[in-house]
Design a protein around this ligand. Structure first.
Ligand SMILES: N[C@@H](CCC(=O)NCCCC(=O)O)C(=O)O
Length: 254
């Protein structure tokens, strides 16, 4: 917890080359969703892929947000077929987030995974991913029109059916909600120990939680960080995450 009483929430970065230099970057919308949605203080966690001691940050953080990203998890992490030439990967992010997700959940730190972060959580629990949902044949279109304005790309795309008794259903209080959809990959085999929280109308798992987690551990395939305060469902999800982070902070002796 920061001195102002705000929970400290780690937000994982992606690697990107800008000019000749490699940078660690985080989309501003993720940082703002921590500030305005979870009411926390965001701290960027670099994805350096080097052997940094994870314990050093876990002891100081009250929650971790695993962000979305245009890059895909390398398929060797889930024994998937080699991806198509030119596929955007971020091996240093994989090397950072996959062990961090497990360590954070084991340590009872609230964890929230969005899109790539949701897919990473599935992989950590032994699940696998479809690399191109649109090639599977049984799914509706889940990706965005990249030429459309951002408000259209991240606008409402389809309904999700929330599982009764789940964390999301409790947070929202209704059986259904409307979400955006900005992904080409998706859950093929659900990881062991993950319980579905929401399904798309085509049956795709759109959200899950970790069954035996000591604390909030939720992944969602959509992007609730997008203009979080303008969408009551997205706000409710971030409020539940923020509440778990504040509770964690209040129970730590530091
Ligand atoms: N690359 C994966 C994950 C999709 C994802 O996280 N998209 C986010 C795009 C950028 C952002 O909004 O942060 C897939 O295609 O399924």
């Amino acid at each position: 917890m920061s001195q102002s009483g705000l929970p400290l929430i780690g937000v994982v970065a992606c690697n990107q080359q800008i000019g000749l230099h490699p940078f660690n970057i985080v989309g501003e919308k993720y940082l703002l969703s921590v500030v305005n949605g979870a009411k926390g203080f965001p701290l960027v966690i670099p994805s350096l892929g080097v052997d940094l001691p994870i314990d050093a940050i876990l002891a100081r953080l009250d929650g971790i947000l695993f962000t979305g990203s245009p890059s895909n998890v390398e398929p060797h992490h889930y024994q998937g077929p080699i991806s198509e030439d030119g596929t955007h990967h971020d091996p240093k992010r994989d090397a950072t987030t996959l062990p961090l997700i497990k360590a954070a959940i084991d340590a009872g730190i609230p964890v929230f995974g969005i899109c790539r972060g949701f897919q990473e959580m599935n992989v950590v629990f032994g699940g696998s991913l479809y690399q191109k949902l649109h090639d599977v044949g049984k799914y509706i279109e889940h990706s965005e029109d990249k030429k459309a304005p951002l408000d259209v790309q991240y606008g409402i795309s389809h309904q999700v059916n929330l599982v009764a008794g789940g964390l999301l259903h409790d947070a929202w209080g209704c059986d259904t909600a409307e979400v955006n959809s900005v992904h080409t990959q998706g859950v093929e085999r659900l990881g062991e120990g993950l319980q579905p929280e929401a399904f798309a109308p085509d049956g795709l798992v759109e959200a899950f939680s970790v069954k035996d987690a000591k604390n909030f551990a939720l992944g969602v395939q959509w992007h609730p960080e997008w203009k979080v305060t303008e969408n009551a469902f997205y706000t409710a999800i971030f409020e539940a995450f923020g509440q778990a982070c504040r509770h964690h902070a209040a129970t730590q002796v530091r």
